[in-house]
Design a protein around this ligand. Structure first.
Ligand code: NAP
Length: 457
């Protein structure tokens, strides 16, 4: 193998996949990387998850474009692993495979009424307003006066904020047209965000919380009583990182504000958990229970329900309680963590022994935590181990793969691969359509449009 370049397949073209590809191509060991992606478009959640009104965060894609221009990089879009190529194929076609497929589903809450029409996983709403081609046939009925967002993470904040944005705030973004129209013309007067623990334990971060207080069309509302801390939370706050203290300070500032009469309000409540989503045929209300906080066996403050319950009328519920990884065909799966079982990125079997040549990076490695940049360190850790294994001869399986072999197999199977120039054609058309409107892009949102445009390249 020392005579030829190391051939690596990276499966999933989100941040972790791009950082893995970039680190491989920057290494002293000559390498060729095929970045394999189910969708015709790269960038994963940077394109389809990051809120459209956060263009600065989306601009991280410039770094991925640089990686894509490097010698040895190929994008194989519109190729599903588990559909067009099996894991066993990859093991014949590449010296090593890095799975960076993210966490592709949402955590369920396990409460009655969770699946009533009008109750949505936040992940689905996010994919819809961002133009994910699998979610464009959905329609969100936002004619109700109150929408409830469950969860206190940054995705919950994104969803609550997006529901509150005005036409002027949405127009300069790449939110899809049906989503802009649904949000702007919605009947929503109150967006209610429910956290099961207290303000000190919120998973959201200060810049995101601060934005909630700066919306053109919605007043932020928090009752001072909601922010009253029990002794354990006071103690936690005293020891907490500066970001937590900053968040609590921001929330206290919000509580001191008077509503200014904006058309919508965004209300935050804490220490309440939904116990049921109620309605005849569709969402009409959520039933919540008030919680107290108690220290669990791990020393963490957890929510414990009291006897106090409340029913809150609403017409839409967005459950934002975290993403979950899904099992990959032909590979082991950690059912507790919903990740590929791994040691620092080397995928391992039940006995803890590494699967030679199989690695992971990003959310499928560590779970759905951290910001985009977290994936860089994570991917670098994985790739360094891969390179160490290559140098030690642990990737030698008597293969002599070249790029033509995978191309031939995909052609034999009738797979229409979207190459990087194909994606660049999509990108060009989208950006050109956005320019006269003052938007970064107008996304192509159907599989046919995306594949058709790439085909023309
Ligand atoms: P997250 O940060 O893990 O937050 C999940 C939230 O759901 C927590 O508040 C959690 O409360 C709550 N929750 C879980 N189970 C619940 C239940 N049964 N009932 C009520 N609440 C429940 O997840 P996320 O918001 O999906 O975000 C995923 C990752 O992406 C995070 O690292 C996030 O920071 C990142 N992200 C970043 C940005 C940004 O930087 N702007 C934007 C979006 C996402 P407990 O704490 O009590 O478990």
């Amino acid at each position: 193998m020392s005579e030829r370049a190391l051939r690596v397949a990276v499966v999933g073209s989100g941040p972790a996949g791009f950082y893995a590809a970039g680190h491989l191509l920057a290494a002293d060991t000559p390498a060729e990387v095929d970045l394999i992606e189910r969708l015709p478009t790269p960038w994963g959640l940077v394109r389809l998850g990051v809120a459209p009104d956060h263009p600065k965060i989306k601009a991280v894609s410039r770094a991925y474009e640089k990686i894509a221009r490097q010698q040895g990089f190929r994008f194989l879009g519109n190729v599903g692993v588990g559909k067009d190529l099996e894991h066993s194929d990859l093991m014949q076609l590449y010296d090593a495979v890095i799975y960076s497929v993210g966490a592709q589903t949402d955590r369920s809450m396990g409460i009655p009424g969770e699946d009533l029409p009008g109750s949505w996983p936040a992940t689905v709403f996010v994919a819809w307003y961002n133009g994910h081609p699998d979610y464009q046939d959905l329609s969100f009925d936002l004619s109700c006066e109150r929408a409830v967002v469950i969860g206190n993470g940054n995705v919950a904040v994104d969803v609550a904020r997006m529901l509150a944005l005005t036409d002027e705030e949405l127009q300069p973004t790449d939110t899809t047209e049906p989503a802009i129209s649904a949000i702007v013309n919605s009947g929503i007067k109150e967006i209610l965000m429910l956290g099961r623990r207290g303000p000190v334990q919120g998973a959201f971060t200060p810049p995101e919380v601060q934005e909630l207080g700066e919306l053109a069309g919605a007043d932020i509302c928090v009752e001072a009583a909601e922010l009253k801390l029990d002794a354990a939370s006071e103690a936690e706050l005293a020891e907490a990182p500066a970001a937590t203290a900053r968040t609590v300070k921001l929330l206290r500032e919000f509580a001191a504000r008077e509503p200014t009469g904006k058309p919508r309000s965004l209300r935050l409540r804490f220490k309440v958990s939904p116990v049921a989503i109620l309605g005849e045929g569709r969402v009409e209300a959520v039933e919540i229970v008030h919680n107290e906080l108690a220290v669990d066996a791990k020393g963490r403050l957890r929510a414990v329900p009291t006897n106090k319950r409340e029913v809150i009328e609403c017409g839409a519920v967005f459950r934002s309680v975290g993403y979950l990884g899904v099992p990959l065909p032909g590979l082991p799966f950690d059912q507790n963590r919903h990740t590929l079982p791994n040691e620092a990125g080397r995928v391992i079997d039940d006995s803890g022994a590494p699967f030679p040549g199989v690695y992971c990076a990003g959310w499928i490695k560590r779970g759905p935590t951290g910001v985009i940049g977290t994936n860089k360190k994570d991917a670098v850790e994985t790739v360094d181990l891969l390179l160490e294994d290559a140098a030690a001869g642990r990737l030698d399986r008597g293969l002599d793969p070249d790029a033509g072999q995978v191309d031939e197999l995909l052609a034999e199977r009738g797979v229409e691969v979207v190459t990087y120039p194909g994606w660049e054609a999509i990108d060009e058309i989208e950006c050109a359509a956005g320019e006269p409107l003052g938007r970064p892009r107008v996304k192509l949102v159907t599989w046919d449009e995306l594949r058709g445009t790439a085909r023309g390249a």
